[in-house]
Write a protein that binds this ligand. Structure first.
Ligand code: SF4
Length: 378
């Protein structure tokens, strides 16, 4: 049976960050056990329907999964092992907020089998952190890394954000330098997106926060990121992700390669056995769904082969290795070159795309104009 990836959404947070549009609920910590019971119910239902699958990667995302106690994570991992064949070398990631970690919990997470910790550091500038409503300081983030190492985590990611209100290129450079000085195995450097409906969006519209960095500043931040990470021994393997050799995130590569995954918990999406479906974002509605014992979920509508092919390119071209043309041909009966002959030929002629072995990828120059290449394919 084909290996899958497993995503479990933990929607609890201490408080809502100003920019956040993820499904997360502050102030509901008393509901954690009830919610985890529902996740385990859903897990058993889906495992009975899709079979006892081998699981090669697992991701506890949120929200703030590190608001779970060590015992809660242990019980959750036990349920996963009871329902699926967790492969011996499975990558098991947990997202953590530096403001919620304790040495005791970190040791318990590690003992439960979590082997990769992804810390939402965002910045090492306390004023910028406060400006976006994060609950932690730079010093807490540094302490979190130390505690994680002490607890035995040998695979650490630091999430950083660039393009914050009022952030200068110099401030970004300092954050990145401090992150690199902590010797993580992986760095995610995401540009802030001001999502509609978030408090930050209102602040930006009303001019109540410092101005956002302009395009020129963002380009220079990107150049700094590329240079500093390269000099420190990281390779950029996706638009926003950098890893030391052997530490690229296997779970996210499954998403970018359009591989099979099962999502559990409120708002979680799945793409498994040719079906795409998702759970209600509202967690009370989610609890009711799991009580019915049904595997019927909202489906994402009909995806035509054309949609699927385009999605495979859109996701695959985010990675520096590109799209696996042999797998593409196996799955769709045609190669990308047969589906988009003119666009691909022109991109190759203009030095935006290149072929290496079975992989078709964007060149560094092509990465800069990825959106316009994709629009042409559409
Ligand atoms: S910690 Fe993450 S999920 Fe929670 S509110 Fe902040 S950005 Fe959203």
């Amino acid at each position: 049976m084909e290996s899958i990836s497993l995503y479990i959404h933990i929607p609890f947070c201490v408080k809502k960050c100003a920019y956040c549009d993820f499904t997360s609920y502050p102030g509901q910590l008393a509901q954690r056990d009830r919610y985890l019971e529902a996740v385990c119910r859903e897990m058993r239902t889906q495992a009975a329907f899709f079979g006892r699958r081998p699981v090669k990667t697992m991701f506890l995302g949120g929200g703030t999964p590190t608001l779970l106690s060590g015992e809660q994570v242990r019980a959750l991992m036990e349920a996963v092992r009871a329902c699926f064949d967790l492969e011996p070398d499975a990558e098991i990631t947990m997202e953590g907020n530096p403001g919620t970690l304790t040495a005791e919990n970190l040791r318990a997470y590690r003992a439960a089998g979590v082997n990769r910790l992804s810390l939402g550091v965002q910045s090492f500038d306390d004023a910028l952190l406060a400006g976006i409503g994060r609950i932690h300081t730079a010093a807490q983030a540094q302490e979190a890394v130390r505690m994680a190492r002490d607890a035995g985590f040998g695979n650490l990611n630091l999430d950083l954000m660039l393009g914050l209100p009022g952030q200068s290129v110099q401030q970004w450079t300092q954050t990145l330098e401090q992150a690199i000085a902590l010797s993580p195995e992986h760095l995610s450097c995401y540009a802030l997106i001001v999502e509609e409906g978030t408090p930050l969006c209102g602040q930006v519209e009303r001019g109540e926060c410092a101005p956002l960095p302009d395009e020129d500043a963002l380009c220079r931040m990107d150049e700094v990121t590329e240079r500093l990470t390269r000099e420190a021994g990281f390779a950029r393997y996706e638009v926003s992700n950098y890893a030391r050799p052997g530490f690229a995130c296997r779970h996210n590569i499954v998403y970018w390669s359009c591989g099979p995954y099962l999502g559990l918990g409120c708002a979680a999406h799945s793409d498994l056995a040719g079906r795409r479906f998702y759970n209600p974002a509202n967690w009370e509605a989610y609890l009711q769904t799991t009580q019915s014992g049904s595997t019927q979920r909202e489906t994402e509508g009909e995806n035509t082969p054309q949609d699927r092919m385009f999605e495979r390119m859109m996701m695959g071209l985010r990675m520096t290795r590109g799209v696996d043309c042999a797998r593409f041909a196996r799955d769709f009966g045609r190669t990308p070159q047969e589906v988009w002959p003119r666009v691909i030929e022109r991109c190759q002629r203009d030095g935006l795309m290149e072929r290496e072995g079975e992989f078709l990828r964007l060149t560094p120059r092509g990465m800069q104009v990825m959106n316009s290449v994709l629009v042409e394919m559409l």
